[in-house]
Every structure is written in structure tokens, then in C-alpha cells.
Design a binder for this molecule. Structure first.
Ligand code: ADP
Length: 459
């Protein structure tokens, strides 16, 4: 529970850290964007207010004024008036763009600034207050001057209105006064902007990513260590419980044995004396075996000193199984499929025998009643292959990963039913490793288990 809370809080802290870091990076981005916009606006103001640009802007206004007079006289329609404005602007626009870009160059701007001046609305109000709407912007605005780009890709930097008073004079001498209101938008677009900002922020982004990876790595390492320590501590507790239990039974029997011996001695009952001595002897052996098992288990494969010899594996296995069969109860069957391969196996027969007997004993201990041992060559992989198969309780796949670990025993519910120290498979694995071999487990819960020992064929 404690470690779960610890892992959960570390995870939440990590998330919070990532969120804060993300927020800071985003803030930096926004700040840089703002600075860039202020910079760009300053540059545009300088270029836009230059006399050359101003005179170009007056070109279309003057032309529009001329056309407006024609319109007032009824010589053109409203649509023609706007079309002429559009056509005229298209004519002078290249000159405007050139002048604008030249102005930008003088300010060594590297932002890639573009501007566009769009018509917003054009109205003519006569002296009686009647408003004539000549143009009203729709979704697609009339581009007066500048580059064409989507409004949504730019920033609105100015809203300006050109106002002019007209005194229209007709041929019949009639005069008409009117006020023009010509509203425009100025948009700017910074094509290089994001690239520039990201380039400037590369160091921050890289550092953030590295820091994030470092913290995640650290957290992963710590959590892995924590879980490992927890597992070791659980295994140790299990081991102590198991060994205490294992020692208790022979010790209790020993104490009963010695008491019975005393009584038998007092009575002079020779039969009872013999029986008691046998019990004491058996329990003594059992204790000795237990202690041997613990002592042997301290040997890793490096500590196992092999006395290798070249043996005929089929002879070796047949002899081993013949002897083993003699110790088996009637309910247990042992079948074999031992090939006489004729290829010698270079092993320490005592150690390899111990490993195989460990597996056979486990097969019986864990519910097996039909044991099958087979031996053949795996020429593809270049191995001698010994399989020990049983029909016992099997091992669920989720336990396979740790099954050869020192002191490892499968699940709590099993430890109650089957006594042991969790050293047998560990020791077997170490013996096989000392032979440069490998051991595999194929098993499912309730479907028996097969252990496969592979020993390399001597080249
Ligand atoms: P022990 O038998 O003393 O517990 P082992 O190292 O021999 O220790 O075995 C480790 C665990 O592997 C056992 O606790 C048991 O759950 C499981 N096991 C080993 N061999 C078999 C088998 N043939 N069938 C089912 N389970 C097995």
C-alpha cells in the first residue's frame, strides 16, 4: 500500500512538473511572439509612413476621387466604381510591394513581414444626411495594396479612415455636397515568425525534453528498485517462514524420538530402541539435507566447480532413471524416450544428475503422476536436449519470469500445500548455466510442466 501511494504521488508530481514546464515554455513562446509583433509593428510603421509609400496610397485615392465624380454625375454605376478601384489598385500594387520591401530591407528585418491594406467600407453621405453605401466588406475583402494572404493568418494592426468632402458640380450648374468615408484595415503577416521563435527556443526545448527524460528515467529506476527491494524482502520473509516450518517437523520428531528412546531404555525394549534410533537417524538426515540445500544454494554457477567428462548421454540417463524408478511409489509412472544419439556429451555427471533429479522430484511434489523423460539432439541449435515432463499442477505463465530465482516460490496458496525453500530450481539453473547450457519452462496452470535442459554439443 505504502509503495503504491509512493508510486502514485511520484507520478502525480511528475505530471505536475511536466505541466509547469509546459506552461513556462508556452509563456516564453507567447512572450517572444509579443516582442516580435511589437518589433514588426515598429518596422512597419517606419516603412509605411515613408513619403514614397504615402504617395502610392494617394494614387488610388486620387483615381477613386475622379471616378467618384463620374459616379455622382451618374456616368458610372456603383459596381463599375468598385471595379475600377480594384483594377487601378492591381496596377499600382507591384510598385507598392517593391517600395515596401525596399523599405523593409533598410530596416534589416528578418521576420519576413508582409502587409495588406483591405477596403472595409466606403460610404458617401450627402448634405441631407442620406447615406449611399458604395462598398461594404464581405468575407473576401477588396485588396487595395500589399500582399495577398488570408486574414486569419495575419494580425490586424490598423483601422484607418480616409475622409474627404466633395463639391460635385453638374453641367446644368447644379451643385451637390457630399462626405466620403473610406475605411481600411491594415493586416500584417509574419511568415518567418514561428520558425524564428522556435529556432530561438531550441535550447530551452531541448533542455526541457532532456530534463523530462532524465526525471522519467530517474523515477523509473527508483520505482524499479523499490519494487525489487520489496520483492526481495517478501522473498526473505517467505524463506524464513518456510525454513522455520521445515526445521520444526524434524526437530519435533527428533524430540519425540529421544523421549521414546529414553522410555525404551528404561523398559529395556530393544525393538523400540531400534525403531527410535531409526527415527532419529532419519530426522537427522532430513535436517542434514535441508542444511545442505541452503548451503549449496549459496553457490552461483561461478562457484560450481565441474569435473567434466565425455559421457554417452543415453547410457547416463537410462542408468539414472533405472535407479530413480526404484524409489518411486506404484502410483507414479515414469516413461522415457531416450535416443541413442552416439554424440558424446561433455558434462559433470554428478551435477547434471542432481539437476535432473531435482526436476523429477519437483514433478512428483507438484502433483505429477505420469513423468516422461526424453533425450535427443537439436542439431539446428547444436544442443543436447533433455525434457522432463509431468502432468502435475503446472505453473501459470505469469510466474515463469521468476521461477528460477533464488528463494522464489509460486503464489501464497501453493506454499501452504507444498513445502519447500524455493532453492531447487535456482540450483538446477545454476548447474545448467555452469555447463554453458540453458533451461526452459513450458507450462500452463493445471496442464503439467515441461522443463527443457539444453547443453551445447561440444564442437
Ligand atoms: P520449492 O519446490 O522448494 O518451492 P523450487 O525452486 O524447486 O522450490 O521450485 C520453485 C517453485 O516452482 C515451487 O514453489 C513450485 O511452485 C514451482 N514448481 C517447480 N517445479 C514444478 C512442477 N514440476 N510443477 C509445478 N510447479 C512447479
Amino acid at each position: 500500500m505504502k509503495s503504491k501511494i509512493l508510486i502514485f504521488s511520484s507520478f502525480i508530481t511528475l505530471m505536475a512538473l511536466v505541466a509547469i514546464q509546459g506552461y513556462l515554455v508556452y509563456n516564453t513562446y507567447e512572450l517572444k511572439q509579443k516582442t516580435m509583433l511589437i518589433d514588426a509593428r515598429g518596422i512597419i510603421a517606419k516603412v509605411y509612413n515613408s513619403p514614397q509609400i504615402d504617395s502610392i496610397a494617394w494614387l488610388y485615392r486620387n483615381d477613386f476621387s475622379d471616378n467618384l465624380r463620374l459616379y455622382a454625375k451618374g456616368a458610372t454605376t456603383k459596381n463599375e466604381l468598385v471595379d475600377r478601384l480594384d483594377t487601378y489598385c492591381q496596377q499600382i500594387n507591384p510598385g507598392f510591394i517593391e517600395a515596401f520591401n525596399k523599405g523593409l530591407l533598410e530596416h534589416t528585418s528578418h521576420y519576413g513581414i508582409k502587409i495588406q491594406i483591405l477596403a472595409n467600407s466606403i460610404t458617401l453621405t450627402d448634405s441631407l444626411g442620406t447615406v449611399d453605401s458604395l462598398y461594404a466588406s464581405t468575407d473576401s475583402n477588396l485588396l487595395l495594396l500589399g500582399n495577398s494572404f488570408d486574414k486569419s493568418d495575419g494580425f490586424l494592426i490598423n483601422n484607418s479612415t480616409w475622409q474627404n468632402e466633395y463639391d460635385f458640380e453638374f453641367e446644368n450648374g447644379e451643385r451637390r455636397l457630399a462626405d466620403l468615408e473610406f475605411k481600411t484595415y491594415v493586416y500584417m503577416n509574419i511568415s518567418n515568425g514561428n520558425n524564428l521563435i522556435f529556432r530561438e527556443m531550441t535550447a530551452i526545448l531541448l533542455l526541457s525534453a532532456m530534463l523530462f527524460l532524465f526525471v522519467v528515467g530517474l523515477l523509473y529506476y527508483s520505482i524499479r528498485n523499490l519494487l525489487k527491494q520489496k520483492r526481495i524482502s517478501e522473498i526473505k520473509t517467505d524463506f524464513i517462514n518456510n525454513i522455520t516450518h521445515e526445521l520444526k517437523t524434524p526437530l519435533t520428531t527428533l524430540s519425540i524420538g529421544t523421549k521414546t528412546l529414553k522410555v525404551a531404555q528404561e523398559k529395556g525394549d530393544l525393538n523400540l530402541i531400534d525403531e527410535s534410533i531409526e527415527v532419529i537417524d532419519r530426522q537427522n538426515n532430513r535436517l542434514q539435507n535441508l542444511i545442505d540445500q541452503v548451503l549449496k544454494s549459496s553457490l552461483g554457477y561461478n562457484g560450481i566447480v565441474l569435473q567434466k567428462e565425455e559421457i554417452n548421454a543415453s547410457n547416463f540417463l537410462n542408468e539414472l532413471l533405472d535407479d530413480y524408478s526404484l524409489t518411486l511409489n506404484k502410483e507414479i509412472s515414469l516413461s522415457r524416450n531416450i535416443e541413442n544419439t552416439g554424440v558424446l556429451m561433455e558434462v559433470d555427471s554428478f551435477y547434471l544428475g542432481t539437476a535432473i533429479l531435482n526436476l523429477l522430484n519437483n514433478s512428483i511434489k507438484y502433483g505429477g503422476s505420469e513423468l516422461k523423460v526424453s533425450y535427443s539432439l537439436d542439431l539446428k541449435e547444436g544442443n543436447h536436449k533433455i525434457c522432463i515432463k509431468d502432468n502435475g499442477i503446472g505453473i501459470s505463465e505469469k510466474y515463469h519470469k521468476h521461477i528460477f530465482d533464488k528463494f522464489y516460490r509460486v503464489g501464497e496458496s501453493y506454499t501452504h500445500n507444498y513445502k519447500g525453500l524455493g532453492l531447487g530450481l535456482y540450483y538446477t539453473h545454476q548447474i545448467v548455466k555452469a555447463h554453458q547450457g540453458s533451461i526452459l519452462l513450458e507450462s500452463q496452470e493445471n496442464e503439467g510442466a515441461t522443463f527443457i535442459i539444453k547443453i551445447p554439443i561440444k564442437s
